[in-house]
Design a protein around this ligand. Structure first.
Ligand SMILES: Cc1cc2nc3c(=O)[nH]c(=O)nc-3n(C[C@H](O)[C@H](O)[C@H](O)COP(=O)(O)OP(=O)(O)OC[C@H]3O[C@@H](n4cnc5c(N)ncnc54)[C@H](O)[C@@H]3O)c2cc1C
Length: 428
């Protein structure tokens, strides 16, 4: 380790790219995997490694675990899927918790999970660069303190990317945004409809978040309208007392996806009616097939549709431009609004800090290889939680990653014992 650090120091003095000042080199072992991100995915990998006797380091930019859930979500949020599909490996939810735990119950579960596996992330450390050093055969990871600006450098044999599909907000460019005059905020900073009581609100985006924020605004006596630019599948959250998601998983064991899609659409038609009449046109491809093709999640209705039917929530097509407190829509209609909530989603931030070309796409920051093969890259690089399959996908990744690291850890350990001066191969 000492030699590695000396070598890094030598390189840095000649390379302006590495001209970091005040870098404190962190002690530890290069055989300690580094996990970037302490959301559910990062915690799941750390726990699976721990079970196999491998300690890891988690670097987290925020000051808590699951910062997406603790810092960026609205008060009424509940898990969209039943708890049995949101469990992390090796620990279920408490039996007394409801089928759809609310966000406090979910965070409590994650905190209990971290305690049970002795996971203590290093908070307030934002990873700004990670790159593979071919000469050392190791990853060099640099972080900056979110609070004190302190720069640190780590080297590791295994690097696990767990920064999530939702690392940064998507803030769309809309003509005239600067002229609107009223508040424009993203759902990541929306907490409750309380502050918008009596106000005329426009919610842009009709995913699960946009639909739920509209409902929340209604429940707080605001007057919400919803912009629905694209086609969308809205399904009832439960069918005949069973979760639609659980039912779909069960049906998929026996029936082809297209047939299950037909059954889902039939159930949706019977329970919700024709959503196209409300301005919510369905895509041509069925909900499961679409999810499989491009990861687009169907909206699971928790009451918003009834409010649209009753006229409490109005639906508009895309926005043409904004003017002072006014929105002009693509169909020529104009309406006045007090504030706008952007339910325009999130994106991955991997291309901003990971210097690597083969595993992650520079365009969207997701692994290039499709599910279930996107979890493993080259030279000890892994990705967890980028499957577009929620927590279930993250848990699958976590198990595979821990198994793979253990295998390679054991192989290298064997070499170290046989050949004490063994140098880690440049790639594997
Ligand atoms: C509103 C909402 C509801 C959802 N409901 C469900 C549901 O019911 N069921 C389900 O299965 N999925 C759901 N999801 C999907 C969601 O992706 C998962 O719930 C889960 O949070 C993903 O975990 P993650 O650890 O992969 O990512 P995140 O929870 O986003 O965690 C990533 C962590 O990485 C940190 N990070 C990012 N960049 C850096 C950096 N450069 N350096 C250091 N740290 C960094 C972040 O601060 C964050 O703490 C929902 C998502 C949203 C937005």
């Amino acid at each position: 380790m000492e030699d590695f650090l000396r070598e890094i120091e030598g390189k840095q003095s000649h390379d302006p790219h590495y001209a970091f000042q005040r870098i404190s080199k962190c002690s530890g072992s290069d055989s300690t995997p580094i996990i970037v991100g302490a959301g559910p995915s990062g915690l799941a990998v750390a726990a699976c490694l721990k079970e196999r006797g491998i300690a890891s380091v988690i670097l987290e930019r925020s000051d808590c675990i699951a910062s997406l859930w603790q810092r960026k979500t609205y008060g009424r949020l509940r898990l969209h899927l039943p708890k049995q599909f949101c469990e992390l490996p090796m620990m279920g939810f408490p039996p007394a918790s409801p089928t759809y735990p609310d966000k406090r119950e979910f965070v409590d579960y994650l905190e209990a999970y971290a305690r049970r596996f002795g996971i203590r992330p290093q908070f307030n450390e934002k990873v700004v660069v990670a790159e593979h050093d071919g000469a050392l055969g190791l990853w060099r990871v640099r972080s900056v303190g979110s609070k004190n600006g302190e720069e640190k450098e780590y080297v590791c044999r295994w690097l696990v990317v767990a920064t999530g599909e939702n690392a940064e907000v998507v803030w769309p460019e809309i003509e005239g945004m600067g002229d609107f005059g009223g508040p424009i905020k993203h759902t990541s900073t929306y907490r409750s409809g309380e502050e918008f009581r009596g106000k005329s609100m426009l919610v842009v985006g009709c995913g699960n978040s946009g639909m739920e924020v509209c409902l929340d605004l209604c429940n707080h006596n605001a007057m919400p309208s919803l912009v629905v630019r694209d086609t969308v599948h809205v399904l009832p959250r439960d069918v005949l007392g069973r979760s639609t998601f659980g039912l779909s998983m069960w049906l998929l064991k026996w029936l082809p996806m297209r047939l299950v899609d037909r059954l889902l659409l039939l159930a949706a038609r019977v329970m919700l009616g024709d959503t196209a009449r409300l301005g919510l046109n369905r895509p041509k491809v069925g909900p499961l097939e679409l999810k499989n093709l491009n990861g687009k999640t169907p909206v699971l209705d928790v009451g918003t549709l009834a409010k649209i039917k009753s006229g409490d929530i109005k639906v508009y097509p895309g926005i043409r431009r904004l003017k002072h407190q006014t929105v002009e829509f693509v169909d020529g209609r104009r309406e006045n609004f007090d504030a706008i909530i952007l339910a325009t989603g999130y994106k991955s931030n991997v291309p901003t800090w990971l210097e690597e070309r083969s595993m992650f796409s520079k365009d969207d920051g997701f692994p290039r290889r499709a599910f279930p093969n996107g979890w493993k890259g080259e030279c000890g690089l892994y990705a967890v939680g980028f499957t577009k399959r929620g927590l279930l996908g993250a848990s699958m990744d976590a198990r595979r990653i821990a198994e793979d690291i253990e295998r390679s850890w054991k192989e290298e350990e064997k070499h170290r014992i046989q050949f004490p001066n063994f140098v880690v191969p440049k790639s594997s």
